[in-house]
Design a protein around this ligand. Structure first.
Ligand SMILES: *Cc1c(COP(=O)(O)O)cnc(C)c1O
Length: 375
């Protein structure tokens, strides 16, 4: 075992991310999950999450925390909020849309899938036609930033179509919540899912689902799972102030610190500005190496950036990844997508200097490999 280092290699990934030292230090405590002090923190954090969404409990909204990573949160919405007779339309242009399809298959929930290729946003006109043709569809599920490529889907346009047809709208905003303003009203969002360890820069341990209290209470008797039952989870918070089962106590403590730092940075606006600048710094540096992004700028988010592999046959991703890691930078090992790309995350505790350094390391690596950029 190597000794713990003062500074870990920065993660240029879509989560878990590099977190601040103070967020990590906030975990150096053992909190009693039943104790009033811890429960008061959970209560306050639920309200603060709503605040980030521009919502309030007084306005009828709730944020339900759930143990487990983001995937558990998305699956809990299908497990809880789709009635026994329900059918879900999934909009997919990447791995996270496809994961929704797998969840619906696993839970034996009828569904339809509308696919676009990975560099093309979900198509509101196709959704309109599907909903008009299939009255059995009760729910529409979309991914805001499809982290597979970093593409942004137009959740407002999809929401308008969903509302027009009177269906329930589920948005996976895992990798965008906190880094893009999301107007629940304008987008007609019924349920939104995100997690602790993406743009809010906490550590892994829980996800959260935002929805109307009445909408959660309307799901009585629907849950297909015990541990993923959001209504029981909400009732637990309201009755005892506690998670139903062992909570990720350290992750909650870290999250409280992470939200203080989020507020200190100026909330969504401040964080978005830093991520956008990271993204622009990355693009400018990579362009000098002859590397152009996979997506068109109109659909590219400032969350994560995909780059096609250089066409030079001397390039192999495994060697490239290892050499960049040896220089102290962790890239994202290619998630299989329709194009051969690698991805560089702009999110987490990363700043302009980090982006310049990773570009420098990539340039040195390509030179060592004898790979020519295509300018
Ligand atoms: C990361 C991510 C998920 C899955 O979250 P995990 O924490 O890895 O389970 C789902 N959807 C999107 C868009 C994501 O970026």
């Amino acid at each position: 075992m190597p000794l713990p280092t003062a500074k870990d290699k920065p993660l240029f990934t879509p989560g878990p991310l590099t977190t601040s030292l103070s967020v990590k230090q906030a975990m150096l405590h053992d909190a009693g999950s039943w104790h009033w002090e811890f429960n008061a923190k959970v209560k306050a954090l639920r309200a603060r999450i709503l605040g980030i969404a521009g919502l309030h409990q007084a306005g009828g909204w709730e944020a339900v925390l759930l143990q487990g990573s983001g995937t558990f949160g998305v699956e809990s919405v299908f497990a809880t909020c789709v009635p026994p007779t329900g059918k879900v339309a999934v909009l997919s242009n990447g791995a996270y849309g496809e994961r929704m399809v797998l969840m619906l298959q696993a839970q034996r929930i009828p569904h339809a899938v509308l696919r676009t290729i990975e560099d093309t946003p979900n198509d509101p006109a196709a959704l309109d036609a599907l909903l008009a043709a299939d009255p059995a569809i009760t729910h529409v599920a979309a991914v805001h930033c499809e982290t597979t490529t970093g593409i942004l889907n137009d959740i407002a346009a999809l929401g308008a179509v969903t509302r027009k047809h009177g269906r329930t709208y589920i948005v996976d905003a895992m990798s965008s919540f906190g880094a893009y303003p999301i107007d629940f009203d304008a987008c007609s969002i019924d349920f939104l899912i995100s997690s602790a360890n993406k743009c809010l820069e906490g550590v892994p341990g829980f996800s959260f689902v935002i929805g109307r209290r009445a909408a959660f209470f309307a799901t009585e008797g629907w849950a297909r799972s015990l541990s993923l039952d959001l209504l029981s989870q909400l009732k637990g918070f309201e009755k005892t102030g506690q998670f139903r089962y062992t909570p990720p106590t350290h992750s909650i403590l870290a999250f409280e610190q992470a939200l203080d730092e989020f507020d200190g940075e100026g909330g969504i606006e401040g964080r978005a500005a830093r991520y956008r600048h990271n993204h622009e710094t990355l693009l400018a540096g990579m362009a000098m190496l002859g590397m152009r992004p996979y997506l068109r700028p109109e659909v590219q988010s400032h969350i994560i950036t995909s780059f096609p592999f250089p066409t030079d046959p001397k390039f192999t991703f495994d060697v490239f990844y290892r050499l960049v890691s040896d220089k102290g930078f962790i890239l994202y090992p290619g998630k299989i997508s329709q194009a051969d790309t690698f991805r560089i995350g702009n999110i987490g505790r990363l700043f302009e200097a980090d982006m310049k350094q990773v570009v420098y390391a990539i340039g040195e690596t390509l030179a060592e490999m004898g790979v020519r950029g295509e300018v």
